[in-house]
Write a protein that binds this ligand. Structure first.
Ligand code: UDP
Length: 181
């Protein structure tokens, strides 16, 4: 709805610029370990849930579905580092200062990785064994999707540079510090 309002506004005001950023799956935390995602209650999203399991606050991760039509049967998503996402916003602001009109732009890495691949990457990056079980599918989950990240590169000059290991390490660093408090 907000995108519709922005598009209408730009149509009526030709000297205005709006960038509609489409986030894929941001995870990770600031390298200081002080800024990150710490949801209230039991997390719904994968990485905060993984961190609670790693901290011993939840017993095990339930992977929602192991029979999807993907290479290992678990869903694939485009996880990107939240600091890359923040840099994408700065690039969008720079672009908006010098252009008019409206652009919808994906912010993602362009690569899909599976839930199991993320679990394995987390274990490797942090040297932690993560207990998990494969459970039933979650209603509404699509099997696989990732960004077409070409427009972000050609228009904003932005690409995600941080690795899945960076995402896993920084997520855990932040969660570990939060759990100590
Ligand atoms: N997921 C999972 N167990 C959880 C939370 C999430 O297996 O406890 C899976 C979920 O089915 C999806 C992926 O992890 O395939 C990412 O889910 P999330 O909710 O983080 O993001 P979404 O892509 O759904 O917005």
């Amino acid at each position: 709805m907000i995108e519709r309002i922005l598009i209408d506004y730009v149509t009526a005001h030709h000297d205005f610029c709006a960038i509609l950023l489409r986030y894929f799956n941001p995870i990770g935390a600031h390298e200081s370990g002080l800024l990150g995602d710490d949801p209230n209650g039991i997390p719904n999203n994968l990485m905060p849930y993984i961190c609670r399991v790693a901290a011993g606050q939840l017993e095990k991760l339930t992977i929602f579905g192991g029979d999807y039509p993907t290479p290992d049967g678990t869903c694939q998503r485009d996880y990107l580092h939240v600091v890359d996402l923040a840099v994408g916003h700065l690039k969008a602001l720079e672009y908006a200062e010098n252009h008019n009109g409206v652009e919808a732009i994906n912010l993602g890495t362009g690569n899909g990785i599976s839930v199991l691949e993320l679990v394995t990457a987390f274990e490797r990056a942090n040297n932690i064994k993560l207990p998990y079980v494969i459970g039933p599918r979650r209603d509404g989950d699509l099997p696989a999707f990732w960004a077409d990240a070409q427009k972000a590169e050609s228009i904003l000059g932005w690409i995600a540079t941080r690795t899945v290991e960076d995402m896993c390490r920084s997520s855990w660093e932040f969660a570990r510090k939060s759990a100590e408090q």
